[in-house]
Design a binder for this molecule. Structure first.
Ligand SMILES: CC(C)(COP(=O)(O)OP(=O)(O)OC[C@H]1O[C@@H](n2cnc3c(N)ncnc32)[C@H](O)[C@@H]1OP(=O)(O)O)[C@@H](O)C(=O)NCCC(=O)NCCS
Length: 150
C-alpha cells in the first residue's frame, strides 16, 4: 500500500507529548518536555481542530500546531496561525507535512479563517522551502526587535 494511504491524520492529544518531544529532539537535538507540555496544554484550550498529528502504524511521526486568531497583534479572527510543524527526520520528504497542513487548512476554513500567518527564521531553509511549496508569500506584517542591554 502507498505510504500516504497508511498515514492517519487526527487531532493532537495530550498523550502525544512524548512523541512530539522525541520528534523535536530528532530535529533540533535537544529535549524540551516542559516547553511542549505548555504548548500542548495551550493548543487544547484554544483551537483544538487546528493542532494535528500524523500517525503511521500507530506511531506519531509528525505534528502541526495551529490556531485561529483571537485578534492577537490586531490581527482579525479570519486569520489562522501555524505555530510549529515537525516531521520525524526518517519520514520527511514523503508528503506528511503537506497532509498535516491540508487537513489543518480544511479545519480552519470551517471556522471562517481565510488567511494563514506563520513566522519562519529566514535561515531555516527546510521550513522556507516547505511553506513556499504550500503557496505562502511574504506578508505585510513586519517583525521588529529591540535588544535589551545588561
Ligand atoms: C519542513 C518539514 C515540516 C517538511 O516536512 P515533510 O514531511 O518532509 O514535507 P513534505 O514531504 O510534505 O513536503 C511538501 C513539499 O515541500 C517540499 N519540501 C519539504 N521539505 C523541503 C526541503 N527541505 N527542501 C526543499 N523542499 C522541501 C517538498 O519537496 C514537497 O514539495 P513537492 O510535493 O512539490 O515535492 C520538515 O522538514 C521538518 O519537520 N523540518 C524541521 C522543522 C522544525 O524545525 N520544526 C520545529 C521543531 S520539531
Amino acid at each position: 500500500m502507498d505510504l500516504m494511504e497508511q498515514v492517519k491524520i487526527r487531532v493532537l492529544d495530550y498523550d502525544d507529548l512524548d512523541a512530539i518531544v522525541e520528534i523535536d529532539k530528532e530535529v533540533l537535538g535537544k529535549e524540551r518536555p516542559d516547553y511542549w507540555q505548555m504548548k500542548i496544554e495551550l493548543s487544547e484550550s484554544r483551537s483544538p481542530m487546528a493542532s494535528l498529528v500524523a500517525e503511521l502504524d500507530g506511531r506519531v511521526v509528525g505534528f502541526i500546531l495551529g490556531d485561529a486568531s483571537g485578534w492577537e497583534y490586531g490581527v482579525p479572527d479570519t486569520v489562522g496561525w501555524i505555530d510549529t510543524i515537525g516531521v520525524h527526520p526518517k519520514y520527511q520528504k514523503k508528503g506528511i507535512a503537506r497532509l498535516l497542513f491540508k487537513e489543518m487548512v480544511t479545519n480552519l476554513k470551517k471556522v471562517g479563517v481565510d488567511t494563514i500567518y506563520t513566522f519562519v527564521n529566514w535561515r531555516d531553509w527546510d521550513l522556507l522551502h516547505f511553506f513556499d511549496k504550500m503557496g505562502f508569500q511574504k506578508g505585510d506584517m513586519i517583525h521588529l526587535e529591540l535588544k535589551l542591554e545588561g
